[in-house]
Write a protein that binds this ligand. Structure first.
Ligand SMILES: NC(=O)c1ccc[n+]([C@@H]2O[C@H](COP(=O)([O-])OP(=O)(O)OC[C@H]3O[C@@H](n4cnc5c(N)ncnc54)[C@H](OP(=O)(O)O)[C@@H]3O)[C@@H](O)[C@H]2O)c1
Length: 377
């Protein structure tokens, strides 16, 4: 059988997901070819990646040496030669390229959740119109995707699992004193700084509820969250007859990344660790503590309200994380800060992309201005 090599664009190639994506690609040179790489600041690592993969297109604030064409994120995401677009830039930087790839009918391997959080309706409508497919890279959504494979009946309920982060079991008063260094030490996953702090506050799980709503067209009432500290079950899907399917594997992002790239095939990859069933004696579950981790509730409420509230949630959340990481607010102030921006906001009901990006920028500005030390925007 002659198999065509898939040409890939990797946006955010120097980050946690980007580097793991390139690792997977390097294991299958007969299947995947990198034609585009994009990064933010890390020109040194990008230069090494350019030398190794020889992309035809590159995007970075400081361009490394090489024989390529410089393109914007959006131009690369929509490029006619790209078969698969991996979107692994954080926060608002994912929105433009995700929409461009959706409009251009691409296969999108989507790690960036904020784009669907902010503009889920616009992106999914554009994908439907163009024939683009959005395949999740987020481990929980990849798990759901895998559980739905081959099913002819609609699922009744999703249960998204969460490790609970480094502060599982902490009381609100103990949480008030935690430091950025402690919050950055996630027990199961090695990720970028923003998503690691979001995991510690459970904001990340709230963003994932919104992401699941848009990816699978599931009502918010039928998406719940369960704390599962071992991070072995990546999510569960319940069906009408009461059957529940789960996807289990080591917490290793290379698996959902590889599945999104190779879908619908499963490829043998010796680098991916297997579960050891002799050691795996028990799996634990508990409900999330919404009093200690109010960001989860805030996010789901913003998703349910819709309009520009999710964009405000995203922008305020990003700015609040920046303030926490730079020591200007405490850990428990993150939720209060985001709640304040959501309360101040007047939402539009069927927002355009321009209204969504304006609401997101307004929220960031609002949070940074209100913080001790004033605006740094
Ligand atoms: N890490 C995970 O395990 C994980 C799991 C599920 C979902 N996600 C999602 O995936 C996304 C990326 O997460 P991550 O952990 O990989 O983040 P990360 O380690 O911080 O990496 C972010 C990447 O995006 C680049 N970047 C940042 N701003 C950019 C811009 N304006 N233009 C172009 N490139 C830009 C960074 O470049 P420089 O480093 O060169 O500045 C880096 O390559 C997030 O939305 C996150 O929620 C991550």
């Amino acid at each position: 059988m002659v198999r065509s090599v898939k040409r890939l664009v990797v946006l955010g190639s120097t980050g946690s997901i980007g580097r793991q994506t390139l690792e997977v690609i390097a294991s299958f040179p007969d299947r995947f070819q990198v034609i585009g790489l994009a990064a933010g600041e890390n020109a040194t690592l990008l230069a090494k990646q350019v030398a190794q993969f020889g992309p035809r297109f590159v995007c970075c604030r400081k361009l490394p040496p090489g024989d390529y064409q410089a393109l914007s994120l959006e131009e690369m995401a929509a490029h006619p030669e790209a078969d698969i677009v991996v979107i692994a830039t954080p926060g608002r930087s994912g929105l433009g390229p995700t929409l461009a790839a959706a409009e251009a009918g691409k296969r999108i391997a989507l790690a960036n959740k904020e784009s669907l959080v902010m503009a889920g309706e616009i992106i999914t409508t554009a994908a439907e119109k163009s024939g683009a497919s959005i395949i999740p890279v987020d481990s929980e959504h990849s798990a759901i995707w895998q559980c739905l494979e081959g099913e002819r009946s609609a699922p009744q309920r999703f249960i998204l699992t969460a490790s609970g982060g480094p502060f599982r079991g902490y009381t609100p008063s103990r949480l008030a004193g935690v430091t950025p260094q402690q919050a950055l030490a996630h027990p199961s996953w090695r990720m970028g700084r923003k998503v690691t702090i979001d995991s510690a506050t459970l904001m990340n799980k709230g963003l994932e509820v919104i992401e699941a709503h848009w990816l699978f067209n599931m009502a918010y009432d039928n998406i719940s969250v369960l704390i599962h500290p071992q991070s072995i079950i990546h999510s569960l899907v319940e069906f009408a007859d009461g059957a529940v399917k789960a996807q289990l594997s080591h917490p290793d992002m290379r698996l959902p990344i590889q599945y999104a790239l190779a879908y619908p095939e499963r490829l043998a990859n010796a680098a991916l660790p297997l579960l050891n069933w002799d050691e795996l004696t028990h799996l634990d579950f508990e409900p999330p503590d919404l009093a200690a981790f109010p960001c989860l509730k805030l996010a789901v409420q913003a998703g349910r309200k819709g309009g520009t509230y999710p964009a405000v949630l995203s922008g305020a959340g990003e700015a609040a994380v920046e303030l926490f990481l730079t020591g200007r607010i405490g850990f428990t102030d993150i939720a209060a800060t985001v709640a304040g921006a959501l309360e101040e906001h007047e939402s539009s009901s069927q927002p355009t992309i321009a209204e969504i990006t304006a609401a997101e920028a307004w929220a960031r500005q609002q949070v940074l201005q209100m913080a001790p030390g004033g605006s740094r925007c």
